[in-house]
Ligand binder design. Structure first.
Ligand code: ADP
Ligand code: MG
Length: 340
């Protein structure tokens, strides 16, 4: 009998590794294939970058509380974020959509209005795509092409012992925003006359509905003359994404709980929902901030940038990725997702 392996026995990352094992690239200009935030293509003077992402209704977004305009903005931002994670500049994007007859022309226009806003913000051109029908709600797939100077590229697998670990912005908010939106949805379903209670929660809601790829920081690092030694964008959660950098670079890391940048509104939402703020920050995901390493010599050039927080450092202890807690103990970080 043929063997049947359940996908759940490998998990998403295990499955990608399994696919990767059987794929060999052969072209001389394919510099990097599967394994980083974007594929890398030699274009002579510069490297080209190519990344793709798919978003499914019911899996990645719930249209009962996700306005289509925001959704359009978010999918472009998420794609641009993978180019930012290579220290690159996004240029062109293609968008494919699958729709059921539940959607009107006006709904599709709303979606594209949001995408065009993001294209304007990140200075990219929407240059194509594909349209098809769907039996299971809305599906959006986006691909982004970008560029980077060869000596400026930042991979995941090049962090070095003693490098400083940095993160942009603040984390945990997008996850808590989602929890609040889902709570309000349940309240509404139970009693449609109830008004949503989202006053004073605009920041965390916005973190979930309309995240901004950190192209601003990519430009600021360039102006400061700093190239990260390694970089990834925080889409799955700080813990999971730091584990990717460490595993691929063959290093370890220590991060400090007290250093985790958590916004005041995120703190309030965490306490209201009875979720540890550090847990949300470590495992929340969808923040689309940049997690990167720099050599110690870069400290002076970026230490005064308010968008950058130093959260720890890289060690030569391969596989040991640890959190120094506020209680002064060291615990290993795990990539545990919320639904694991
Ligand atoms: P990200 O979260 O940055 O988009 P992913 O975790 O989705 O990255 O993917 C990690 C790597 O695996 C990327 O290089 C991506 O291109 C590749 N990858 C993911 N799914 C597939 C697939 N089905 N076939 C080939 N490569 C894949
Ligand atoms: Mg990524």
């Amino acid at each position: 009998m043929e063997t049947r392996t359940e996908i759940s026995s490998l998990g998403e990352f295990g499955l990608i590794q399994r696919i990767n094992k059987s794929i060999k690239t052969t072209l001389p200009d394919t510099v990097r294939g599967i394994g980083d935030d974007a594929a890398v293509i030699d274009m002579g003077e510069e490297f080209g970058l190519l990344t793709t992402d798919m978003f499914l209704e019911g899996i990645h977004f719930d249209l009962t509380f996700f306005p289509l305009k925001h959704l359009g903005y978010k999918v472009i931002s998420a794609g641009v974020s993978d180019i930012a994670a290579m220290n690159g500049i996004p240029r062109q994007v293609t968008v494919s959509i699958a729709l059921s007859n539940r959607f009107s022309v006006e709904a599709v226009e709303e979606l594209y209005t949001g995408m065009q806003l993001a294209c304007k913000d990140f200075n990219v051109d929407l240059v194509g795509g594909d349209t098809t029908s769907s039996r299971s709600g809305l599906i959006i797939s986006i691909s982004v092409f970008g560029k980077v100077k060869k000596d400026k590229i930042a991979y995941r697998n090049t962090a070095k012992p003693n490098d400083l670990l940095c993160i942009t912005g603040d984390i945990g908010g997008a996850y808590l925003g989602l929890q609040l939106l889902e709570r309000e949805k349940q309240v509404f379903l139970a009693n449609p006359n109830m008004q949503p209670e989202l006053d004073g929660k605009d920041y965390v809601i916005q973190r979930q509905l309309r995240p901004e790829a950190r192209m601003d920081v990519v430009y600021e690092l360039d102006e400061a003359g700093v190239t990260p030694t390694a970089m990834i964008d925080v889409s799955d959660g700080l813990a999971s994404d730091l584990l990717h950098i460490c595993a691929q670079s063959g290093v370890g890391a220590v991060i400090f709980e007290e250093r985790l940048p958590i916004d005041g509104q995120t703190m309030l939402a965490a306490s209201e929902l009875n979720i540890g703020p550090a847990t949300a920050a470590l495992n929340g995901g969808e923040d689309y901030e940049l997690l990167f390493t720099v050599s110690q010599s870069a400290y002076e050039q970026i230490k005064d940038n308010p968008k950058i927080t130093f959260i720890g450092y890289i060690t030569d202890q391969r596989g040991a990725v640890e959190l120094q807690t506020t209680g002064d103990s060291r615990v290993p970080l795990t990539a545990q997702g919320w639904n694991a």
